[in-house]
Design a protein around this ligand. Structure first.
Ligand code: ZN
Length: 381
């Protein structure tokens, strides 16, 4: 059974339709994976997610390692049983959270991917993260929960992910800040390459697919070097991670450099990106998989996704608005509730507000992905 198969290539772009097979079911690509940070999509139940139609979810190793701990989850039957999700699950390696928490606090950059620090004028020195201590073997970091010290290595990240038991796991990588120098980004990339080889050796379970992560920041030579290095290793798929430059334009340039270096028969994941317009463009550049907290985080702040852009329900113009969020949307939220009611829920800080918003935003993204897959199939994308 091969892990991934390209079913169709678009005649109009580099987009493709593919199929990922896992022990817990299939994922038709291009696919968006909602992020279940703490083994839950905040406010929704697995039944809600099945109603929306998502085949697979991504959980965060960093958070589950710190709480409740991978050993507890393993004892309780693994992540699928623990969170009652029968479909495919993916875990990241923990690298992103460790490093982004480190330099995020130092550089004032909340996140590497997803937010682009284009407005920051001069590089901030030193560029090496201080809150995280990195050496050749791994990274020492402080828990954001209780300040306790932890040391994560590539071996340990794989062991944790094997204990959690997701169907697709990632290599442990060092994510550099978008403000890091080229010299530091190169060092971190080379270390990430050595860690990638260690992850392959450390992996024992045969029923999990392992994806390698391409680093190299915003530099063309580094990105190409990293894509070539990671591509020649026996990974089941590849991911583009780390700092994707200072603007969205940089990000798409990076994809243009990297994609031609990745073998066609392997799935390509773009880590942490998920705005509707970005999904569209990145799929045209050949990306198969996405994960992002964007639609769910936005929802909890009262922002709804629509074809015309983001709609913030807290705006006072919605106080007496009888219309649904979107007339053309057949989700539970749009079928049953007015903008005025949703405005009221958010104003009154009622829990149902974020829940109805999350349901709609994920429905919206799922419908968008369905449409894209259909268009690739009929050569209209
Ligand atoms: Zn809706």
């Amino acid at each position: 059974m091969s892990f991934f198969k390209v079913l169709k290539k678009s005649k109009k772009s580099k987009a493709r339709l593919g199929l990922i097979k896992t022990p817990h079911g299939q994922i038709t690509t291009p696919a968006f994976l909602p992020v279940a940070t703490q083994a839950t999509i905040k406010t929704l139940s697995p039944a809600d997610l099945k109603e929306i139609g998502f085949p697979a979810l991504l959980c965060n190793t960093y958070h589950l390692y710190l709480r409740p701990g991978e050993k507890i989850i393993q004892k309780l039957g693994g992540l699928h049983q623990f969170m009652d999700w029968s479909g495919p699950l993916i875990t990241d390696s923990g690298g992103f959270q460790i490093f982004s928490l480190g330099f995020g606090l130092e550089h004032g950059v909340g996140k590497i991917a997803g937010y682009f620090p284009g407005q920051i004028k001069q590089p901030i020195n030193p560029v090496k993260p201080k809150l995280v201590k990195i050496d050749e073997k791994g990274a020492e970091f402080m828990s954001h929960l209780d300040g306790s010290k932890h040391y994560l290595t590539p071996q340990k990240s794989i062991q944790i992910q094997e204990a959690l038991g997701a169907d697709i796991i990632f290599t442990f990588d060092e994510c550099t800040s978008p403000l890091a120098t080229k010299q530091y980004t190169r060092q971190a990339m080379e270390r990430t390459h050595r860690w990638a080889e260690i992850c392959l050796k450390a992996k024992k379970r045969k029923d999990q697919a392992l994806l390698g992560i391409i680093q190299g920041g915003q530099w063309k030579d580094l990105r190409i070097k990293s894509a070539q290095f990671i591509s020649q290793l026996p990974f089941d798929g590849l991911a583009v991670g780390g700092s994707l430059g200072k603007t969205k334009k940089d990000m798409f340039k990076i994809l243009d450099w990297v994609i031609p270096e990745i073998p066609e028969e392997k799935p390509r994941h773009l880590l942490g990106i998920g705005q509707p317009e970005d999904l569209n463009k990145a799929i045209k550049k050949g990306i198969d998989l996405f994960d992002c907290v964007y639609p769910t985080r936005l929802a909890r702040h009262g922002t709804f996704l629509t074809p015309k852009g983001e709609l913030n329900i807290l705006n006072s113009s919605f106080r007496t608005d009888k219309k649904p969020i979107m007339k053309s949307c057949s989700c539970y939220t749009c079928q049953n509730f007015s903008r005025a009611y949703l405005h009221h829920l958010f104003k009154a800080k009622e829990m149902l507000g974020p829940r109805l918003a999350t349901f709609h935003n994920l429905w919206f993204i799922h419908q968008l992905m369905n449409k894209i897959r259909k268009e690739i199939k009929s050569d209209k994308f």
